[in-house]
Design a binder for this molecule. Structure first.
Ligand SMILES: Nc1ncnc2c1ncn2[C@@H]1O[C@H](COP(=O)(O)OP(=O)(O)OP(=O)(O)O)[C@@H](O)[C@H]1O
Ligand SMILES: [Mg+2]
Length: 384
């Protein structure tokens, strides 16, 4: 494929995956006059509801993938766990950004860690594990506590288990049998942070201000921007992310999840070669949202400015919020500093990401208080 083709408004972008990341991408792309087609196994998806065309087919349906690719100019992703074979079928007919090689690295935890390690990126200690015996050997090497993670297809903490001293390793291994896994040193971090970085077709990179993230039950709960960290940590985190994007040869958007330690050092947790939940603040609070930036990068356009318009906080709205009926939307819509996002998912299952709120404030801390108060208000005045 040619090196740096540019796709101007009027072009058609294909999105693999049908979730909320594709939905917000579609909003950004259509705003700028692009056409959006989406491909996923489901119908009436969050992305499909906003796209010009929704294709519901399996990722291993070669004919459907090729037909989809024939009708788009450039293909990108909102979900990285697409078989590389699928991407190769598509690449016969359209430009694919980021390249299959980037997905190949990022969709497999062990490959990703080996890539980062070879690139000289600081990581928590890790070891590949393929059996209960190897788990015991890895524990002896890495020490406890540690976290055992599946090598592929993990998200929101699924496919993870913390291992503490005294745990039975044969039992701990049982649910992982038959899959590759990685044992990782448990990190006593001070903060979790993430950096979004875009890299254009010309190799130019742009990083966003660092996000500070709080997880609950392994799922992102709150993000504040700017992170309450030192200027040195901010600069180091952004440089680390830009360096990783360069090493990957990325054309597109990448989120780098990191642990910030009390001594100021930073360890990289994982990569996501697509928009990221922690970047949702940017939809409302940045000169260029992460979704517009993804569009700019994959279309070969100059990158947009990443500065924030205001300190901001984002809180996720999980399906649990619907436990006692429909949330009290009127309560948050009455709050002028709060933005409501809903993803168009019909079924509010517990733990499912249904939407988010973004709040502005004079400081990120004040924005976070506002966002949390708004989420409480959704539960109704009875404080359910
Ligand atoms: N080695 C570790 N030490 C301490 N905490 C960890 C470690 N690994 C993971 N965690 C905690 O679990 C969370 C989820 O882990 P990780 O990012 O690896 O999982 P994931 O399933 O890929 O999740 P997602 O795709 O939602 O980011 C982390 O954000 C962090 O809070
Ligand atoms: Mg993660």
């Amino acid at each position: 494929m040619s090196k740096a083709r540019v796709f101007l408004p009027g072009s058609t972008i294909g999105v693999m995956g049908g979730g909320q990341l594709g939905r917000m991408f579609a909003i950004a792309a259509r705003r700028m006059g692009y056409r959006v087609h989406t491909f996923s196994p489901d119908e009436d998806t969050p992305t499909g509801q906003l796209a010009d065309r929704e294709v519901a087919a399996r990722y291993d349906d070669a004919a459907a993938v090729r037909d989809f690719a024939r009708r788009v100019d450039v293909l990108t992703f909102e979900f990285e766990n697409i078989p590389v074979q699928t991407v190769e079928w598509a690449a016969q007919f359209c430009e694919v950004r980021p390249a299959a090689s980037v997905l190949h690295v990022c969709q497999h935890r062990l490959r990703e860690k080996e890539f980062l390690d070879q690139a000289g990126v600081p990581l928590p200690g890790f070891k590949a594990v393929a059996s209960a015996g190897e788990l015991a050997a890895a524990v002896a090497e890495i020490g406890l506590p540690a976290v055992l993670k599946t090598a592929a297809f993990g998200y929101d903490g699924k496919g993870q288990r913390k291992i503490a001293p005294g745990d039975n390793l044969v039992e701990a291994w049982a649910p992982f049998a038959g899959t590759g896994a990685v044992l990782e040193q448990f990190v006593h971090f001070e903060k979790e942070i993430s950096v979004l970085v875009a890299r254009g077709a010309d190799g130019q990179t742009a990083t966003y201000p660092v996000c500070e993230n709080v997880h609950r039950n392994h799922i992102l709960d709150v993000t504040i921007v700017p992170a309450n960290i030192s200027p040195a940590a901010e600069a180091k985190a952004r440089a680390l992310a830009a360096g990783i994007a360069d090493k990957l040869g990325l054309v597109g958007l990448l989120a780098v999840e990191m642990f910030l330690l009390a001594d100021g050092s930073i360890l990289v947790n994982e990569l996501a070669p697509r928009p990221h939940n922690s970047g949702h603040f940017s939809f409302d609070a940045s000169v260029t949202s992460q979704f517009e930036q993804q569009l700019r990068a994959v279309c070969g356009l100059p990158l947009g400015r990443t500065a924030s318009l205001s300190p901001a906080a984002m809180v996720n709205l999980l399906g649990d919020l619907w436990a006692d009926g429909e949330p009290d939307w009127a309560a948050v819509l009455a709050m002028p500093e709060v933005k409501l996002h809903l993803y168009g998912k019909a079924e509010p299952r517990a733990g499912r990401k249904m939407g988010h709120l973004t709040a502005f404030g004079a400081t990120a801390q004040l924005a976070a208080e506002r966002a949390l108060a708004a989420r409480d208000a959704l539960r109704g005045s009875l404080g359910k």
